[in-house]
Design a protein around this ligand. Structure first.
Ligand code: ADP
Ligand code: MG
Ligand code: ZN
Length: 635
């Protein structure tokens, strides 16, 4: 079993690098092996030919010599005869292996007296040597072939292909007692909600007995989602660090190899290892590599991935409550995950990591500047203000770049202008996408989100606002999160109408404040339109069309069959006009709310520009100050 102890990442990288240097290249290895082969065969030939110098005579000649009394002695060794002549000659001969020497000589007509005159020494046939002598010529090539493969496999393994360890897990293990690589929550800035949720997992891993005694069912799987670089991997390590348990770290793509079945066997191996050292955390990074929705593709191209995924599900289902192993996974594509993964009893906890807002960015910069000597003029707050849209990883590399700049200019400390120059560098880097907002864009996004939020707060049937943010999440410029006061299955027409108005709130706000519209609200319009269309065609919520279901509930078909229209052109036109009427009503009600509460809109937007993210509490303070009552849970 191969386990790299993952102490300090870079330390290990160094080691790897050195190892590579010391290894001769692949062609060199073949050359070496061929040389060894030639040497061995050469040696064998020399040894075997050296015994051929003694002349061999036919047995008939020997018989004649015995008859004429020239022979002094014969040494018999199995079928070999070593003959010593009285004149000092030494010769060899061979007899049939089944018959004795005397019998053979007698058959050749040698008289008994003549035979008796010869001294016959019978050597017990030396087993080992005899067999070796017979077997070696055949065995040698086999031995060589085995040696060759062994030698090659060693080389191949060294170069990372691990041809002979397919089935074994390649997980890297972080030992909880290793202080160097220990990461805890204080190394992770921001993400308060995520940490709060994970604290429960930490508590369980620390004292599992307490929870098991009371019969609590502990989550088996936690899935961390968030944009790249938001600290998913880091946070998973921190959970292990906080709990002080071993951390088995594996990337989704590492399960999948050329050979079908390897991934599944790796999964089995990994879970076995983890259970042995329980309590423990298994962390599958980038799980979307194996956890994509199954059965989407045609043909068998995805067999390996499916088997691997199935094996993970099987292992998770097979957990006993006292296995004390928690599986964590991370992905930045939660949308493509197989529904079976997120089913209760598997990865049923979902923790979302956001891009950091201004305060978080400052904190992240602080964490990463701890080991760097900073000059007195450093103002991290200013840098945080100038880096909206940066992820934790971006800020880490920002810090790093500025240290490199300072070192290159032979300075002992990092100055503010190093940081400022590095902002651009990081922005230009291949990782950066274009969602760094300009000042104007930030303003537009702020009003847009404020528009959504305010409409939701004012309209009676919309859900209350939970969080407003202009930090980009996914493809949207910002987001407003609303949560229903109570869980409910049934939604009413009034709620849908207010939802549509709320979806259009961003659009209306942009138009109202800037007299112009950006591409920002395009997905909002889609949401509103889909909702309106569904009201008309599926839920019978239009008075004009009446209570008929004109389109079925089914999700997207796998086979993309052409949409079948189940109604006439005439009805289609009516549907379209109903949809636009509903949308228009929504627009009007959003416009009404925003014009009547312009002051509140501005207040929210201004605050958003300043702090980027507003939690419910701060948000409600602003609307209360503007005379709007936040929604309360009705009893
Ligand atoms: P992800 O797995 O989400 O893509 P990582 O966890 O690999 O991101 O983050 C990359 C690096 O960025 C981390 O090693 C850390 O140095 C830095 N980083 C990211 N988020 C944070 C954060 N919230 N606090 C501190 N450092 C962070
Ligand atoms: Mg990661
Ligand atoms: Zn919007």
């Amino acid at each position: 079993m191969k386990m790299d102890l993952n102490f300090l990442n870079n330390k290990q990288e160094n080691k790897k690098g050195k190892k590579k240097d010391a290894e001769p290249n692949f062609t060199g290895n073949i050359f070496g092996a061929v040389m060894i082969f030639m040497l061995i065969t050469g040696l064998y030939l020399v040894i075997s030919s050296s015994s051929k110098e003694i002349p061999e005579i036919p047995i008939s000649d020997l018989a004649k010599s015995v008859s004429s009394g020239e022979v002094k002695s014969i040494a018999v060794e199995a079928d070999k005869l070593n003959i010593a002549y009285k004149n000092g000659d030494v010769k060899k001969s061979k007899k049939e292996i089944e018959s004795s020497l005397s019998q053979t000589l007698y058959n050749y007509g040698v008289k008994a007296e003549a035979v008796q005159a010869v001294e016959v020494k019978i050597k017990s046939d030396n087993g080992v040597l005899f067999w070796l002598g017979n077997i070696l010529p055949f065995a040698l090539p086999v031995i060589f072939v085995i040696f060759f493969f062994w030698y090659m496999s060693r080389q191949v393994k060294g170069s990372g292909m691990q041809a002979f360890t397919f089935g074994q897990s390649k997980a890297r293990i972080t030992d909880p007692n290793d202080q160097n690589s220990k990461v805890t929550f204080k190394d992770v800035a921001g993400n308060k909600e995520a940490k709060q949720e994970l604290l429960e997992i930490v508590d369980f891993l620390k004292a599992p007995k307490k929870f098991l005694d009371i019969g609590a069912r502990i989550p088996k799987g936690v899935i961390l989602t968030g944009s790249p670089g938001t600290g998913k991997t880091l946070l998973a390590r921190a959970v292990a660090g906080e709990a002080g348990v071993p951390f088995f770290h594996l990337s989704g793509s590492e399960f999948v190899e050329m050979f079908v079945g390897v991934g599944a066997s790796r999964v089995r191996d990994l879970f076995k290892m983890a259970k042995k050292s329980a309590p423990a955390i298994i962390f599958v990074d980038e799980i979307d590599a194996i956890g994509r929705t199954r059965g989407g593709g045609f043909g068998g191209g995805n067999d390996e991935r499916e088997q691997t995924l199935n094996q993970i599900l099987v292992e998770m289902d097979g957990f006993e409550p006292n296995d004390k192993v928690i599986v964590m996974a991370a992905t930045n594509r939660p949308d493509v995950l197989d529904p079976a993964l997120i089913r209760p009893g598997r990865f049923d906890r979902k923790v979302i990591l956001d891009l950091p807002d201004r305060a978080d960015r400052e904190e992240i910069l602080k964490i990463h500047s701890l080991k760097k000597p900073l000059a007195e003029d450093i103002n991290l707050k200013l840098i945080a203000e100038r880096t909206p849209g940066f992820s934790g990883a971006d800020l880490f590399s920002l810090m790093n770049e500025s240290a490199i700049l300072a070192a290159r200019e032979n300075r002992k400390k990092v100055f503010q202008f190093d940081l400022i120059r590095s902002i651009e560098k990081v922005m230009m880097g291949p990782e950066r996408k274009s969602h760094l907002l300009t000042k104007k864009e930030k303003e537009i996004t702020a009003y847009h989100e404020a528009g959504h939020a305010l409409v939701a707060s004012v309209l009676p049937y919309a859900d209350p606002v939970h969080k407003v943010s202009i930090v980009a999440r996914g493809r949207a410029g910002g987001y407003t999160m609303k949560l229903p006061l109570e869980e409910r299955k049934l939604q009413s027409k009034k709620e849908f109408i207010d939802d549509i108005a709320m979806s259009l709130g961003g659009y209306v706000a942009e138009k109202m404040i800037f007299g112009d519209i950006t591409t920002g609200p395009s997905s909002d319009l889609q949401v509103a339109t889909n909702l309106a269309r569904a009201m008309v065609t599926r839920w019978g919520m239009s008075d004009v069309i009446g209570p008929v279901a004109l389109s079925s509930d089914g999700g997207k078909s796998q086979w993309n069959d052409p949409v079948e229209k189940e109604y006439s052109e005439d009805i289609a036109m009516k549907i379209d006009s109903e949809v636009s009427r509903i949308i228009n009503d929504g627009l009007k009600s959003a416009e009404k709310v925003l014009t009547e509460n312009k002051k509140a809109l501005k207040a929210i937007a201004d605050k958003l520009i300043e702090v980027e993210t507003l939690e419910q509490e701060d948000y409600e303070k602003i609307i209360i100050a503007n005379g709007i009552l936040p929604k309360k849970l009705e009893v």
